[in-house]
Design a protein around this ligand. Structure first.
Ligand code: NDP
Length: 270
């Protein structure tokens, strides 16, 4: 029997997850079906329940439901508990396992795919929303020399500093430390509105890696600014998307798919 999975969100038509998981399944020989599931904004739990009752085995969760998915999980992992967000649900008997794979996905893309060390480097995380919070534990595990979170609404960055016990330093755009950063990660949604966070060019150290968690057109302005500021490499978040999907696939199937061909396929189609 083919095992059923889906990505649930609102909106959901744009999601590349079905393509990614279909490619993983072909490459690993796993017998799965993976579709898109649109949930009404006030109907997340009911949509999940119906999917589960129809025999669904697991769900990826995207905007705006990651917090609700955390509350729905009867058995969240430690990393999900830390960030109070879940992007991977697994249905095992009466238990609903909840995990978050965004952080691992980002770090694997940066360290393995792009070959950029985080250990001992100065990292600037721009934005303090759900995406930023969800990647902080994995970034800290990679032992940066400093992790500064800068946000338009400074209080949200300060909240993260408090939550992570001072391992993270909060700043506003006007109060950023003068020293440049080796890795600058844009975790804002500004690009979706054709906007750009107000980042000084001097924030990019010579040879810096600039990384936008947004992918496609929405990342263009930030990546152009970074290149202009002298960043050696500037890349969007497509690799993170593929890597977080691979981690979900591993959680569900116990098999780790090769991500390079899938990322190459998506880049070629873009
Ligand atoms: P949220 O809505 O939770 O947070 C948005 C963040 O962007 C806030 O920090 C907000 O600041 C900031 N922001 C928005 N507009 C501007 C602007 N014009 N100038 C400066 N800051 C701005 O969104 P998420 O954290 O969930 O998502 C952020 C991005 O990450 C999205 O583009 C999403 O697609 C991407 N993402 C990519 C993933 C991947 O796999 N590649 C996975 C998850 C997310 P303020 O607090 O002041 O409002």
């Amino acid at each position: 029997m083919t095992d059923r999975y889906a990505v649930i969100g609102n909106p959901i038509a744009h999601s590349k997850s079905p393509e990614i998981h279909a490619a993983f399944a072909r490459a690993t020989g796993e017998d799965i079906e993976y579709t898109r599931l649109l949930a009404p904004l006030d109907g997340f739990a009911a949509t999940v329940a119906a999917f589960r009752a129809a025999g669904g085995r697991g769900l990826n969760v995207t905007l705006p439901f990651k917090g609700e998915a955390y509350r729905l999980a009867s058995a969240p992992t430690d990393r999900a508990r830390t960030v109070e967000a879940v992007n991977t649900l697994s249905f095992e008997g009466t238990r609903v396992l909840g995990d978050t794979t965004d952080g691992v996905g980002l770090v694997r893309d940066v360290v393995v795919n792009l070959g950029a060390a985080i250990d001992g480097r100065r990292v600037l995380l721009v934005g303090a929303g759900g995406a930023s919070r969800s990647v902080i534990p994995a970034l800290l595990d990679a032992r940066p020399a400093a992790l500064v979170v800068v946000n338009r609404t400074v209080e949200r960055a300060t909240e993260l500093e408090r939550q992570f016990g001072g391992q993270v330093q909060a700043a506003g755009f006007a109060t950023l430390p003068r020293r440049a950063f080796d890795i600058v990660i844009n975790a804002t949604s500004a690009g979706h509105a054709d906007e750009l966070p107000p980042l000084e060019r001097s924030l990019f150290a010579p040879g810096a890696l600039a990384y936008d968690m947004t992918y496609g057109k929405g990342a263009a302005a930030f990546l152009a600014l970074a290149r202009d500021a002298g960043a050696a490499r500037a890349t969007d978040g497509l690799g993170m998307l593929v890597e977080q999907a691979a981690e979900s696939f591993f959680i569900w199937r116990g098999v780790r798919p090769d991500t390079a061909p899938v990322l190459a396929m998506l880049r070629a189609a873009a």
